[in-house]
Design a protein around this ligand. Structure first.
Ligand code: FNR
Length: 371
């Protein structure tokens, strides 16, 4: 019977502890770490836990269909893999393994700018799998434009622009462990292989890796950006653009006014503003403000299908899965990510059915109550 026992637990909450035992505190500290005392990360869970599903009965849920249309693309389920930088810290197969897992299940893979693998290699690993590119919109205009051109040439369809990281936050676990992944040259190969990035260096990366790392640190964020600057991205990206890190309904309205296509309600998994609002607490007001103008996506604390169902009921069209897949990758490479995805998809399907819903469209705020 050993063959039928999954290698990884089906309760995804157990993955972190298992990963820490197998991989040690360094890699897991990178993924688990958050800003300050971790209040926002806890708020994400508390916010989801305060919402409870109120199931409906006798609604014929035999013909279930999880598929959704998001940003003009038909997806098999309302789920995508969130951008997570430097996945080589968790597993040597890194981003290509996670991307292949996403492609195997038809779920979009959102590749981080801070990928440890050049985006062209990730794209090649995925075949025609749905891929979105997450932009860290830094100081160097040429690097930004080069990233957009490379992403487009590599078949990335949606641009996800992360706005909550003009600076990296105070992250005690990274600081205490001196484990700042971005300072490890190997971690940022996507930047290091970029021609515009290389043009900013006095000497090639291999001759002076330390200078290259410092150059990266200098251009990574940009605290000077304001809303009118989005025009540059609109001009150079002809596909959908989604702004990630939106928590205030007024910012969601500004995103719509700026001609954007969507927002991700997110606080970066509690890694930026310690003490900020839990993502699920921010979701209803953002959805109320812009759901008729923009596609609303969500992440923050999603650990199972029940969380997916709650987020959809609160107005999200699709949910991004973060830390659990990074642990799955660390524990078992591509197979580990596939395991995590299968668990979330199966539990989403079951929770929908048991709540009396044949598909995501049946989920409305009337299906949840807040306590
Ligand atoms: C992230 N996140 C992130 N976001 C982004 O836009 N670009 C990035 O490179 C990263 N990198 C990253 C690394 C690690 C280790 C984590 C945990 C998170 C944020 C990510 O996309 C998502 O918003 C959060 O992971 C959601 O929170 P949970 O559900 O993972 O707790």
């Amino acid at each position: 019977m050993a063959g039928v026992v999954p290698r990884l637990p089906t309760d995804l909450n157990r993955l972190e502890e298992m990963a820490e035992r197998r991989l040690g505190p360094g890699p897991v500290g990178y993924v688990a770490g958050s800003a300050g005392g971790g209040r926002t990360e806890r708020a994400n869970r508390e916010a989801l836990d305060r919402w409870r599903i109120v199931p409906r009965m006798l609604r014929d849920v035999r013909g279930r269909d999880l598929s959704v249309t998001v940003l003009g693309r038909r997806l098999p389920a309302p789920l995508a893999l969130a951008p997570i930088g430097v996945l080589s810290i968790m597993h040597p197969d890194a981003e290509p393994a996670a991307a292949r897992a996403a492609a195997a299940l038809g779920v979009p893979f959102v590749l981080s700018s801070a990928s440890s693998t050049p985006m062209e290699e990730v794209a090649a690993a995925m075949g025609d799998g749905e891929r979105w590119f997450q932009l860290y919109w830094g100081r160097d205009r040429e690097v930004t434009l080069s990233f957009l051109a490379r992403a487009k040439a590599s078949g990335f369809s949606v641009l996800v622009v992360t706005l909550d990281t003009p600076l990296l936050a105070w992250r005690p676990r990274d600081l205490d462990q001196a484990y700042l992944p971005f300072l490890r040259g190997v971690g940022t190969a996507n930047y290091f292989t970029d021609p515009a990035f290389q043009a900013g260096l006095a000497r090639p990366v291999h001759e002076d890796p330390e200078a290259a790392v410092l150059h990266f640190v200098g251009l990574f964020g940009d605290p000077g950006k304001t809303w009118p600057d989005l025009a540059l991205l609109r001009e150079h990206w002809d596909g959908p653009i989604v702004l990630k890190g939106i928590l205030h309904p007024d910012d969601a309205r500004l995103a719509a006014d700026a001609g954007m296509d969507g927002v991700v309600v997110s606080n970066h998994g509690g890694r930026q503003v310690n003490g900020s609002i839990g993502a699920a607490d921010a979701l209803p007001a953002v959805a109320d403000a812009v759901a008729d103008r923009l596609t609303v996506l969500f992440d923050g604390g999603v650990r199972g299908g029940d969380d997916v169902v709650k987020a959809l009921a609160l107005g999200a069209r699709t949910v991004l899965l973060g830390r659990p897949y990074a642990y799955g990758l660390g524990l078992d490479g591509q197979a580990g990510v596939e395991h995590v995805l299968r668990c979330v998809l199966a539990e989403t399907d079951l929770t929908l059915a048991l709540s009396g819903c044949a598909g995501p469209a049946a989920l409305t705020p009337a299906l949840v109550a807040r306590f």
